[in-house]
Ligand binder design. Structure first.
Ligand code: ATP
Ligand code: MG
Length: 895
């Protein structure tokens, strides 16, 4: 496998270069829209242009004032049309990133073509070979042909004209409609060379399928307004007053080309996933089974991203599409021998590769892992028996035959096999499925379920569809208000809707209005209570979906919660502590930028009742002086007691006011700006705080009470983390520190102020005392050994060796060896034996060893006599004993 890691440009770098390139052409960079479609025409976002439909339709006239007419984005797209081919063929992903540049009635075809060319072939950009570029254009688009041949100098033999089925958007619009904006397009292909196939560009015109000629970018030119055809059926294409540009470049496809790897799965984003799957399954990425590695890797990304965007795995709509994808991946993980949930283990790698560009992955990592793991666990319970059942059924079928709809339905109903999965497995046996029969069985079953249920499913949301996707966004009334009444709109458990929830049960509850803040922007979700006539529930946490539907996780304590019921919702008063930490976070951010410079950028934050944590970019550790300046500056705001206000305003105005950090907001959105109404002096400047933020804040800075930095550490290269406390939490922390410092001081007979000097003094004393002890012991050893033959030292002839012994008291075991060395040296004996209070050491000279002396064997006998154990090498051995005199006494007999 070619390693992508040797290539010069990573996928992230290509993404950044693209956005940067179009910024240099005066485009406004906007964040990706959610993978959930911005309009109801599709379930998921399928193209970069989709969030800008209003701009394309209304053209420039309806624009908000000052809005840019040039925009560039990296858009996460989900295409699940031919999901069964993902992993088998290698050009289509279900989640991919479409890089786009858009013009709303501004520049047109000429620039779009020139810039696409410059980006792909420019040496400082993608540096792809111009000779290997091919393009298609719409059959009568001579204007595009002119730009490609004359402006760009492309050889006409590299250009091919297709009809409206290939090179028009929407496809076939001139003849078939719909009416409205439409236009020709020009697709750019890259010839990956004969390694990938021996077909030619001319062959591609016939086959329209090639592994060698890879479509990398589609330039769409919406220039017409299609009108109702005339009586004779001739379609009319009227020129639009404003001509638009909509392009889509496949990021992963370009990355494969630039990194010169065979396909997506060997590029820098996928390779780590593939390798992890090989490691988990202990199956190498090779041969036929490699399909399974690809499916698991690809689907892990798609499922993680959509779950991050708020899709809950369920049995309807979007949730079911994603469940099907995950179940397909589960089956392929199973084929690789994995019998435990494993796909969720890939989430950290997905977060690693895409979390920088799509922070929603990072923010929701633990929720994604839990959702995947839970779903895998559930499906694995039935997967094995389902596979056995299906294998048995299919083994009875002839190739080319049809599996009954009822059988397919049993697999669905009993084993949770989506029809697509059953179809895919059946195809591997050359068997098809009676899909109409399946649909019929499914409809009958649903009819039965409805009749049997006290609450018809449609009643759950007042006649609306039961999927959460159709629940309107929750009205949040919790800024400055901690109580409100709301109607229960839905109760959800494990992706299913429940009509009621009995005491003792836990589920997610949706209210039409709530004062409980949902986790977001670093601020934790609120906890609180729901109360109603005859019952109450605890709210354990609050989250929200990408559509703004708030989910309260509740535990019913008494009574029964029923859909449609009115409840009184209240926020736990801890929220006030959260608000203090949130406003303090803004002040901390402003103070850090004032003191350390504008290189400080927020990298993450956590705002909770018990503390705040703020991660930011900064290359070096903060000095004690800097930390104390930051702390002082924030406290200056607190004592100034300024009002904290917020307002909703269009993004363009917020930008103009100086608010940065646009994130997650859609083009044309209204954002919330939180302002501290007053600045504090720092040096010659006045520092102010103004941030885009949806969080909960105090009314006046004085409410924060106090601000203490309690932690400062490095969390990643160039990223520092500060932890701080406010209000009574800060006061409590300070009190605890003072108490323990007071105790330590009184134990050391000093005052807390003198503690550092006193400790330094004691450390110095301790060190001196230790040195003295070592000295004294050394003297003691020498005194006891005296000269050879004196004091406790003796030398005698034993077994043909000259043996010196010494009996030493008050010596540490560790010092016996040094003493034995000394003795052997000074006495000139063949062997030295030093016996301490609890052990002994025997040493022999080299010469003695060659003559047969063995310290290890000798010590074994001595130790045994002294009630201990020991052994060692011929030249050195050591033992512990209980009775040192007895060990010494055994010496004569030991030889
Ligand atoms: P194809 O014909 O290869 O299926 P398309 O014509 O459907 O692609 P467009 O709708 O023109 O694709 O999308 C613009 C670009 O997005 C394509 O040129 C391609 O580079 C990329 N792209 C489209 N679909 C996928 C996919 N499923 N996986 C990865 N990249 C894709
Ligand atoms: Mg295309």
């Amino acid at each position: 496998m070619t390693s992508a890691r040797t290539s010069t440009l990573t996928t992230a770098q290509i993404r950044e270069k693209f956005l940067h390139f179009f910024e240099s052409k005066e485009h406004l960079r906007l964040p990706s829209h959610s993978s959930i479609a911005p309009d109801p025409t599709t379930l998921f976002t399928v193209a970069g242009m989709q969030p800008f439909k209003p701009q394309f339709m209304g053209a420039a006239a309806k624009f908000e004032e000052g809005a840019s007419k040039r925009v560039t984005t990296a858009q996460k797209c989900i295409r699940v049309g031919d999901i069964e081919n993902v992993g088998r063929t290698r050009r289509h992903l279900s989640l991919f990133e479409m890089m786009g540049n858009f013009s709303f009635g501004d520049y047109f075809k000429r620039e779009a073509i020139a810039w696409a060319w410059e980006f792909l072939t420019g040496p400082q950009w993608m540096n792809m070979s111009a000779e290997q570029m091919y393009v298609t254009i719409y059959e009568d688009d001579d204007e595009a042909f002119g730009y490609w041949t004359q402006d760009i100098g492309l050889n006409p033999s590299h250009i091919h004209r297709f009809g409206a089925d290939e090179n028009f958007w929407p496809a076939d619009a001139p003849a078939k409609g719909p009416n409205g904006p439409c236009g020709p397009c020009s697709e750019i292909f890259y010839d990956r060379g004969p390694k990938y196939g021996d077909d030619s560009w001319a062959d591609y015109h016939q086959t329209r399928e090639s592994a060698r000629f890879l479509e990398v970018w589609n330039l769409v030119f919406p220039q017409y307004d299609r009108q109702e055809p005339q009586a004779d059926g001739t379609p009319t294409l009227k020129d639009l007053p404003f001509k638009n540009i909509d392009t889509g470049m496949g990021l992963e496809r370009v990355a494969s080309v630039v990194q010169d790897v065979p396909d997506f799965y060997s590029n820098d984003v996928f390779l780590p996933l593939i390798e992890k799957i090989a490691e988990l399954s202990e199956r190498p990425y090779e041969g036929e089974q490699s399909v399974s590695h690809r499916v698991v890797a690809e689907h892990a990304r798609a499922v993680s991203m959509t779950v991050a965007d708020g899709v809950a795995l369920s049995n309807t709509g979007r949730g079911y599409v994603i469940r099907k994808i995950l179940r397909r991946a589960s089956r392929h993980a199973y084929l690789l021998g994995l019998r435990e949930p494993s796909i969720y283990k890939l989430v950290p790698l997905v977060v690693q590769s895409m979390g920088e560009a799509y922070p929603e992955l990072k923010e929701n990592q633990s929720r994604i892992e839990a959702a995947l793991k839970g779903e895998e666990e559930r499906f694995l319970r039935t997967l094995e028996s389902g596979i056995q059942r299906l294998d048995a059924l299919l083994n009875q079928q002839e190739k080319g035959s049809v599996l009954s709809g009822q059988d397919a339905f049993t697999l669905y109903g009993t084993y949770g096999f989506p029809i697509d999965l059953t179809r895919e497995i059946a195809e591997e046996y050359g068997v098809s499925i009676d899909e109409a029969g399946f649909d019929k069985a499914l409809a009958e079953d649903q009819e039965l379920a409805r009749a049997g249920s006290k609450y018809g499913k449609s009643e759950l949301f007042g006649g609306a569809d039961e999927t959460l996707a159709d629940v309107p966004p929750t009205e949040f009334v919790g800024y400055g208000q901690l109580e409100a009444s709301g109607l229960v709109q839905a109760i959800l458990s494990g992706g299913e809707s429940l009509p009621h929830l009995p005491a003792g049960s836990e589920a997610q509850v949706v209210l039409h209005r709530t004062p409980l803040y949902a986790e977001g922007g670093g601020e934790v979700g609120d906890t609180g209570r729901l109360e109603w006539d005859g019952g109450e529930a605890q709210v354990l946490d609050t989250h929200k979906t990408a559509q703004g539907v708030f989910l309260h996780r509740v535990l019913v304590q008494s009574g029964e919660l029923v859909v449609g019921q009115k409840v009184q919702a209240s926020v736990n008063p801890e929220r006030q502590a959260t608000e203090r930490h949130h406003t303090a976070t803004h002040l901390l951010h402003a103070a850090l930028r004032a003191i350390l410079g504008s290189g400080v950028q927020q990298k993450g934050s956590l705002v909770a009742p018990e503390r705040l944590r703020f991660d930011f970019s900064h290359g070096a550790a903060l000095s004690a002086d800097e930390l104390s300046q930051v702390e002082q500056l924030v406290n200056r705001w607190i004592t100034a007691n300024f009002a904290v206000t917020w307002q909703q305003l269009p993004i363009a105005q917020a930008r103009a006011a100086g608010a940065m950090a646009l994130f997650g907001e859609k083009y044309g959105d209204v954002v919330r700006m939180v302002t501290v109404e007053g600045g504090v002096p720092y040096g010659s400047a006045t520092v102010t705080s103004l941030e885009l933020c949806g969080g909960a804040h105090v009314e006046r800075t004085g409410d924060i009470g106090a601000f203490v930095i309690v932690g400062d550490e490095n969390v990643a290269a160039g990223v520092r983390r500060i932890e701080a406390l406010t209000g009574d939490v800060a006061a409590r922390w300070v009190r605890e520190r003072l108490t323990s410092a007071g105790k330590a001081a009184s134990n050391l007979n000093t005052s807390p102020e003198q503690l550092p000097e006193r400790v330094a003094q004691l450390q110095a004393q301790l060190k001196a005392a230790q040195q003295e002890t070592v000295q004294v012991r050394r003297q003691l050893t020498q005194a006891q050994m005296g000269g050879a033959g004196e004091g406790g030292t003796q030398t005698r002839e034993l077994g043909g060796f000259k043996v010196a012994t010494a009996r030493l008291s008050g010596i540490e075991a560790g010092e016996l060896r040094g003493a034995a060395d000394n003795l052997l040296d000074k006495s000139g004996a063949d062997m030295a034996i030093v016996v301490g209070d609890k052990g002994l050491v025997v040493k022999a000279t080299k010469d003695a060893v060659t003559r047969g002396a063995h310290a290890g064997q000798l010590i074994g006998k001595l130790a045994a006599a002294g009630g201990g154990k020991g052994g060692g090498r011929p030249d050195m051995a050591q033992a512990g004993v209980q009775d040192p005199e007895a060990a010494l006494g055994a010496l004569e007999t030991a030889f």
